[in-house]
Design a protein around this ligand. Sequence first.
Ligand code: IPE
Ligand code: IPE
Ligand code: MG
Length: 240
Amino acid sequence: MLASDLDPTRIPSHIACVMDGNGRWAEQRGLPRTDGHTAGEQALFEVLDGADDLGVGWFTVYAFSTENWRRPADEVQFLLQFNEEILLNRQRELHERNIRIRFIGRRDRRVPQRLVRRMDEATDLTRNNTGLTFTIAFNYGGRAEMVDAVQQIIDSDTRKVTERTIARHLYDPEMPEPDLVIRTSGEYRVSNFLLWNLAYSELVFSDTLWPDFRREHLYAAIKEYQDRDRRYGGVGGPEA
Ligand code: IPE
Ligand code: IPE
Ligand code: MG
């Protein structure tokens, strides 16, 4: 699968990824689960590069869910530390490539202050960049996002609620709905990711475990997306 096999006029403008299968990748090799997360970093930046080269405007990844706190304490600790290091090590390079970094998720007390500061630094550093927007969903849950949105709406004394009202109170109101959501590792579920936004996203599931995911897998997912007919409740086809 090559980039030239894709229709350049129908590249999704927003791709979101549920990066899953790190633990199994490591277990298959007799390694600790955390080695799978480490190996996932290469996949992340390859896919980000691939998306950027194709002209994708928005690329969003699920890095840590509101449910991932249920994992063993040492794995949670590792993931917090690991995400902080990635930000520290990569933000300059991303900035030089004109990438805008953003975060979605709940900033509750479980997220260490140091990590919150790193997130703010990366956001501030890259705020005015005009290239791809790279959004990291951290301590993110789709239900928590809706609860937080409803709470804000109540607090603002809004009397009339429309879909636009809710969309305006999401963690990043500027983020467009994903055209394509990719989940790796052969799991066929959404796991509380972007619940509001993925109402009409095309879902592509890949059996590849995240640490093995490369550009060619991204291209294959986009090809599958391009072969779909997005009907939005209508009848579809070329007349739609
Ligand atoms: C995804 O890989 C990474 C995170 C959820 C942080 P997993 O750690 O869920 O890997 P599996 O699903 O156990 O293989
Ligand atoms: C979803 O993967 C969360 C992230 C990729 C960060 P999980 O591995 O946590 O999802 P479940 O538990 O299999 O549904
Ligand atoms: Mg998993």
